[in-house]
Write a protein that binds this ligand. Sequence first.
Ligand code: ADP
Ligand code: MG
Length: 677
Amino acid sequence: MLSLQDSVGNLAGVGPKRVEDLKTLGIFTVEDLLLYFPTRYDSYEIQNPNQAVDQQKLTLQGTVMSEPVIARFGYKRNRLSFRLMVDTEVVMVTFFNQPYLKDKVELSKDIAVYGKWDAVHKRLAGTKIVNITTNQNSVDAVYSTNKSMKQTTLRKFIKTAFTAYESVIASLLPPKLIQQYKLIERKDMIREMHFPSDDTQAAEARRTAAYEEFFLFQLRLQAIKMENQQKNGISILYRNDELKDFIHALPYELTKAQQRVINEICRDLRRPIQMNRLLQGDVGSGKTVVAAVAMYATITAGLQAAIMAPTEILAAQHAQNFAKMFEGLHVNIGLLTGSMTAKQHRELTAQIKNGSINLIVGTHALIQDSVEYANLGLIVTDEQHRFGVNQRQKLREKGEDPDVLAMTATPIPRTLAITAYGEMDVSVIDELPAGRKTIKTSWLKTNQVGVAWEKVRQELEQGAQTYVVTPLIEQSETLDVQNAQDLFEELQEYFAPQYQVGLLHGRMPNDEKDAIMEAFKANEIQVLVSTTVIEVGVDVKNASLMVVYDADRFGLAQLHQLRGRVGRGERQSYCILIADPKNQVGIQRMQTMVETTDGFVVAQRDLELRGSGDVLGLKQSGVPEFKVGDPVGELKMLQIAKSDAADLLLTPDWDTQTENLPLVEYLTIRKLQTHFD
Ligand code: ADP
Ligand code: MG
């Protein structure tokens, strides 16, 4: 029997080499291939230039009015041009670097040209001559491909797959919803996405695909949530008196917001269900101490607690912090990272297994299968947005279903947070500790960089320290970015001999990184030049200035994170962005940073400024990736899909009804798949 889960290798014409090529695009099964949707469509429908919008891509048909002329400039570059009479309008058509098209352009003959329309000068920058007889009224799907797979080959494979499997494509969406929203059947949706009959049908298909994607995403999240709620978790009966003593002994008073979220967490810990809570709080809002309280509570109940950080530097910093915070208490800390020797790893995991270590700090080495826990009660993840839904689920399955607290400094707007992390409960720290001074942010052009160095010197003279961040570590031929190494040497010279400059980058061995970080913390280094390895979490209170080179190469969320590295103590702090943004969006990003330090405002602006195609950027900001749907522009649809998914899951016996069987099967397969990654 044919199944959409068949390997693409089952398709006629797809041999082992092609199977490998398809893998590079993330395509393994026939379904993957069928759901590999085009990134855009080129429409060859003949249009009237009077109704066309400036800069629009379109096809014009007309009579060739002048002999085509080729102008050559330099090696390999040339331009073919001719005049075309479209209705009563004369249009100038140009083609760059396609001189061979000259043969297809004959005086007095009719042709159709596809290209970009310049309405002001009545010019068409052609990309293609359209075959009038075969291409008329058609739309071509264009896919994102790579070196090992040509556009035409991919299109052919999709065609083969669709023809062979069309009969087994069942709609996953409940018929009721398809009717209610006037969606189309899955089979038609897939056909129209790849081989659209016309623009209207293509739009309908896209709407169905987006809704289906949102609905399935929500269904998975909520199915996980329901299953988790049914499972019995550990009831962590912590010692309230000991917890109170610990909180009183802290060197500062907790903020109202910190107290509130600690209460929410402690309530979850006691309940015999598995906690699954997201803790949101802007940079510097004091999430670490909240985690410390939750972990200490767990330890007083005689259980182990673990905290997972995205980088080794952060893990090491946490270990150090906690060692100080828990001094004199019955807390034994172990630091588990990927860069330990086999012997160290063996000794440490033995102590974790026998329970003599009760607070485990580490990177994702923590959730590897080789690590066994004696009695794990709570896992905390720091900087949650670095981890995906599957890793989140893997955490929960460690040991005896421990409680999970996920912390993130990415202040995605609450509506979106609830939808993106639909399987979790959300707590928010919406208040900074008292006495924090607002970080003053300014934006300089590259030619004003001297001003920045003077500011650095001023701060150093006050006894404060400075971060300098650059985007890339090695000179790259294609990107004109500041090189951290060069900059480091330049600054060393500039500040010698009074001040020490250090360099930190991702390619350095870990012990070297640690040594540099230690030296900076100890104020043996005053200026730290770094790539974004310091992006998250690092806490040095004496640092008062953050200088970011080529700031327009960073996303807003990242810039906000970077700025959060300063202003963590009593000092008035500053952030200087150095950038020559090339477009309006870049300029607005810089202005946003200058205007506000509120992470939620930054996040909202960030979402507004991004195009929906900016998937990578969305990932950065903690919003999950969707192939078709746009979780920002189509948030409404995402919310509707969320409540539809919830309604379905609450319908008695929904999963035994015949019409829902394809959906049940889909959920089962996805669930199995989460165990592979
Ligand atoms: P983040 O939420 O960005 O992880 P941290 O937990 O690193 O922030 O806290 C930032 C700084 O604020 C730390 O130096 C911490 O000691 C301090 N801090 C946390 N809570 C308070 C508080 N209630 N009052 C004063 N300082 C606090
Ligand atoms: Mg932190």
